[in-house]
Design a protein around this ligand. Structure first.
Ligand code: SF4
Ligand code: SF4
Ligand code: FES
Length: 241
């Protein structure tokens, strides 16, 4: 098998049988992304390879995989940054069941958004005026570091508490809950706080911050989770939990 600076040796997780890595030689190109590499393998070498992507520009979050041991968006990860020595290992995201090869089942991830009451519920009707949230208000500013989440699962796959206790709601669902807890228009506050303050909720976070370090959108779930802990503590002291 060739092993020159013009060729990458790419180990890709294949799930058949007990699963294992298979190595493929892939020609190197300028500005090549990890998603380009996986696509080359599927189109030229292994038509049966399962993987997922949609936008290729860091908007949909569907291309997240484990690249050389870390969860990343493959479409926004340049090979030159992660595989300077020409070696690349691509595996499915951790903490989620594998459907096939590099494709994981995200059901548990999205179920937890739902368990954390991650959907907005307002009280306004179509006959009311638009509800405006002033950009300078403390509530709007409190959620600035959490509001642009695209649900890619990178933080979830990087969280070792999710690995230890699979019922932990995880950084993305808790981050979403935090943004809604600060939304004056939402009416599910107490219910949501009860949902995230349980055993599998915000208090299980050890605050080491892998989620914040890895989030490709530079969001800070750790800060949001700390905010939820403060809210839960205040509510408990007032006897509201
Ligand atoms: S918080 Fe960041 S890493 Fe986690 S799902 Fe949202 S965008 Fe992805
Ligand atoms: S800071 Fe909390 S949510 Fe983030 S990775 Fe660590 S345990 Fe998970
Ligand atoms: S393909 Fe959409 S974020 Fe990578």
């Amino acid at each position: 098998m060739p092993n020159t600076m013009d060729t990458l040796q790419v180990k890709v997780w294949r799930s058949a049988g007990d699963g294992g890595f298979v190595t493929y030689p892939v020609p190197r190109h300028t500005s090549q992304t990890v998603l380009d590499v996986v696509t080359y393998i599927q189109r030229e070498l292994e038509p049966d390879l399962g993987y997922r992507y949609a936008c290729r520009v860091g908007m949909c979050g569907s291309c997240a995989m484990t690249v050389n041991g870390k969860a990343r968006w493959t479409c926004r990860t340049h090979v030159s940054k992660v595989a300077a020595d020409g070696r690349l290992e691509v595996a499915p995201l951790s903490n989620l069941p594998v459907i096939k090869d590099l494709v994981t089942d995200m059901s548990a991830f999205f179920d937890k958004w739902s368990q954390a009451k991650g959907t907005f519920e307002g009280a306004q009707t179509r006959h009311d005026d638009f509800a405006r949230v002033p950009p300078a208000s403390p509530q709007r500013q409190a959620v600035d570091a959490g509001i642009e989440c695209i649900g890619c699962g990178v933080c979830y796959a990087s969280c070792d508490v999710v690995t230890w206790r699979p019922d932990y709601l995880g950084p993305a669902a808790l981050n979403r809950a935090w943004t809604l807890m600060n939304d004056e228009r939402d009416v599910q506050g107490s219910e949501r706080l009860r949902a995230v303050a349980g055993d599998a909720g915000c208090h299980s976070c050890h605050t080491l911050g892998s989620c914040t370090e890895r989030c490709p959108k530079a969001l800070a779930p750790t800060a949001g989770i700390a905010g939820l802990k403060r809210m839960a503590a205040k509510a408990a002291m007032k006897g509201e939990l």
